[in-house]
Design a protein around this ligand. Structure first.
Ligand code: ATP
Ligand code: MG
Length: 230
């Protein structure tokens, strides 16, 4: 899996948008778009974000810097590779592994056999993240991409954080993530740790098999009540 593009992308350290031939749009993010892009010898996904949109959101800019720093250090066969980033006057570009089968969200529901395979692969990606002190904090089907061979890759480290070490750092309090996948301790604004990713994986497995999330209700308040009562 790391043969082709990973090795070829590593040969270059400084990139410019002219090195990429952009083709179809893969999706839309809050601050820009993701495109399939070709270099002279590899196909990647290029996430293009507008500085003008980010400028009005200082917190998001900080999170983006953290996302790139954390993601580019995580090299694992079930974590989408982040090859690096570059910028020009108007944009920030993130160079990512291209997952040609898109998000797992678009392929649900899965059979028990497929669910078992994806769960195993994402568990190993999470174990790797946690062993390096990283909590993903936004695990859900949309952030599990499927590559050309049908293997799962954990993506989108936009809400991830690094637990530096020591008892004070091990518990986090930031309220973040996606309501349906949040754990009781997050919903109740209690300190939490890497186990929030395991909870979100449980919700995701339920959704893979049934096409529905277990705690989803009419309003966010009802959803939170259902999660904390659980
Ligand atoms: P943000 O978190 O920055 O607001 P976002 O989470 O909505 O944005 P992404 O998840 O990075 O944005 O990308 C949006 C969509 O583009 C994804 O849901 C997916 O459909 C597609 N996509 C993103 N990266 C890739 C990739 N590497 N390969 C294939 N498709 C991708
Ligand atoms: Mg996303």
């Amino acid at each position: 899996m790391f043969g082709g593009p990973a090795r070829r992308m590593k040969d270059r350290r400084v990139w410019n948008v002219k090195d990429f031939k952009l083709s179809s749009a893969l999706g839309k993010g809050k601050f820009g778009n993701v495109y399939v892009a070709k270099t002279s010898n590899a196909t990647v996904a290029l996430k293009v974000m507008f500085k003008s949109c980010l400028a009005s959101d200082a917190k998001r800019t900080l999170l983006l810097r953290r996302e790139i720093e954390i993601h580019s250090r995580l090299v694992h066969k079930h974590i989408l590779r982040c090859y690096g980033y570059f910028q020009d006057s108007k944009h920030i570009y993130i160079i990512l592994q291209f997952a040609s089968n898109g998000t797992s969200l678009s392929k649900m529901p899965f059979s028990e056999r497929e669910t078992k395979k994806i769960t195993y692969q994402i568990s190993s990606a999470l174990e790797f993240c946690h062993s390096r002190g990283v909590i993903h904090r936004d695990l859900k089907p949309e952030n599990i991409l499927i590559d050309a061979k049908g293997n799962a890759c954990l993506s989108d480290f936009g809400w991830s954080c690094h637990v530096v070490g020591g008892p004070d750092d091990e518990k986090r309090r930031t309220f973040c993530g996606t309501p349906d996948y949040m754990s009781p301790e997050q919903v109740l604004s209690k300190p939490y740790d890497a186990r929030v990713d395991i909870w979100a994986l449980g919700v995701t497995v339920f959704e893979f098999l049934t096409g529905e999330t277990p705690f989803s209700r009419e309003t966010i308040e009802d959803t939170f009540e259902c999660i904390s009562d659980g």
